[in-house]
Design a protein around this ligand. Structure first.
Ligand SMILES: [Zn+2]
Length: 479
């Protein structure tokens, strides 16, 4: 039997074995429930979609270590509900779902926490540390929908999407070889250190649409195997989408981008599982009681975006520079700045200690520093018009995800390492409060439009101007 399959075929006498195995780590009361659910789904295992974690340099044990560290950091910045009954309920529900999660034999130390944040969102750190915003509990119509969100999050854990992305990001940076040389093959250890800051949560938590689709499919299987209405997860996402028409979409979709044909894909999986079970569980009195308790919790003001304040402003950029070598260029950056590779592997950011702050939802947002990105674009590097078109497109994309962003000074022609470039000034909301200035330099290269975004709060921008210019002057294209 495939290691990733969840069900044991009762026809071959596997069910009692499964009950014993699960019984070893669940209360005896739930053992009979687990056995019952096997009986309700005879033979369904044959056709279900088999999902496996992708390429990963971390071991599952390191997933747990990374997640544990990030979880400690998360709890320093997130306002928790501090409602023992709510956490106990989430833990009980989460463990019930976790027992049905195909983890390939890995025992994740699941933890479930309620976050006092009205935004509809939830996230799971590698290793099984799950955070559910009160907003998600309040938005769920019934227990099955909440279970759906949690099953989706748990699926990201089992499919190890966070460290899979970190693996891809590091590999793209060419970090792999160096690290395994230094650490004698234990690359994860080095990555662990690099990812230590919760700011790196961006790498661990921003999922691709493929990852989303996988989490939907596995989440649906988990719901089904736990006796819940397997349509509940997709119904919840559909409801969020419908309710947000014409408004800002819920935070959930910025972390968990909506894959195409979400509902169709889930319905397909339900068919493969043998159709809707006869009496799927939808709600419980307990859920309704917990929801009432959550609704009555005092509202915690979102982490102040100005929390950094003048006292916590990052140290001045060092006058000493370190060299960074990417695939197609090199540049120098202040040696007291840290590197933050993108989750998709094509870009990288540089920021001082304290330059990346929590954006209020547990994600890192760069307030001071430099972001380098590459977007798909073709054109002769010396063709100003092609450069302008590609640049405008990137600016439009940036504006889509930053609604307050405005062009404060139209693009001007510049040279970057002798190549035609465009320099555009933007203004935007700063994650530390007030406005920020973004200076965007773009240039066409064989790999696409390479753009450098120099970021600092407006009030501090002058102090960074010299450093930004020095960094851009040091850019050398090597291909
Ligand atoms: Zn997701």
């Amino acid at each position: 039997m495939n290691a990733w399959s969840t069900n044991v075929n009762p026809a071959r006498g596997g069910a009692p074995q499964a009950c014993r195995r699960l019984g070893a780590r669940t209360a005896s009361a739930s053992v009979s429930f687990l056995c019952l659910s096997f009986l309700l789904t005879p033979g369904a295992s044959a056709q279900r979609t088999q999902l496996k974690p992708g390429w990963n340099m971390f071991t599952p044990q390191q997933d747990i270590e990374v997640g544990k560290r990030a979880s400690v950091d998360a709890q320093k910045v997130l306002p928790l509900c501090n409602a023992p009954k709510v956490d106990a309920y989430l833990t009980q529900l989460g463990n019930r779902l976790g027992a049905k999660l195909p983890t390939g034999g890995v025992q994740y130390p699941f933890e479930f926490h309620c976050v006092n944040d009205k935004a509809i969102n939830a996230f799971a750190l590698p290793g099984g540390f799950v955070y559910i915003n009160r907003g998600a509990i309040e938005a769920a119509d019934n227990e099955a929908q909440l279970a759906g969100v949690m099953a989706h999050e748990l699926s990201h854990v089992a499919l190890r999407h966070g460290t899979n992305q970190a693996t891809k990001a590091q590999a793209a940076e060419g970090f792999l070889g160096i690290a395994s040389g230094i650490f004698g093959g234990s690359t994860g250890g080095a990555l662990l250190t690099q990812l230590g800051a919760f700011a790196a949560g961006g790498v661990l938590l921003r999922y691709s649409r493929t990852a989303e689709s996988q989490a939907d499919v596995m989440g649906t299987q988990v719901l089904y195997d736990s006796g819940y209405d397997p349509r509940a997860m997709a119904q919840f996402f559909e409801k969020l989408e419908a309710e947000s028409k014409g408004k800002n979409p819920p935070e959930f979709f910025s972390d968990h981008p909506n894959p195409e044909h979400r509902v169709e894909r889930v319905d397909e999986e339900i068919d493969k599982l043998g159709g809707l079970p006869p009496n799927p569980k939808r709600d419980s009195q307990e859920f309704e009681a917990i929801k009432r308790e959550v609704l009555a919790l005092p509202v915690v003001k979102k982490l102040s975006r100005g929390a950094a304040g003048p006292g916590a402003a990052p140290a001045q950029p060092s006058a000493n520079f370190a060299t960074y070598q990417a695939n197609s260029y090199t540049l120098n950056y202040p040696d007291n700045w840290k590197k933050y590779p993108d989750s998709n592997g094509s870009g990288i950011s540089f920021a001082p200690e304290g330059g990346v702050v929590d954006d209020g939802s547990g994600h890192g947002a760069l307030a001071y520093g430099l972001i380098i990105g590459v977007s798909q674009a073709k054109g002769d590097p010396n063709d100003w018009e092609a450069l302008n078109n590609a640049t405008q497109q990137v600016l439009r994309e940036l504006q889509k995800s930053n609604p307050s962003m405005k062009i404060s000074k139209q693009a001007e022609r510049v040279r970057l390492n002798g190549q035609p470039g465009l320099a555009t000034y933007l203004s935007n909301d700063s994650p530390v409060g007030g406005q920020e200035t973004d200076w965007v330099i773009s240039t066409l290269r064989p790999e696409g439009l390479v753009y450098f975004v120099c970021v600092a709060p407006q009030s501090a921008y002058q102090k960074y101007d010299k450093t930004f210019n020095a960094i851009l002057d040091s850019v050398r294209f090597t291909k």
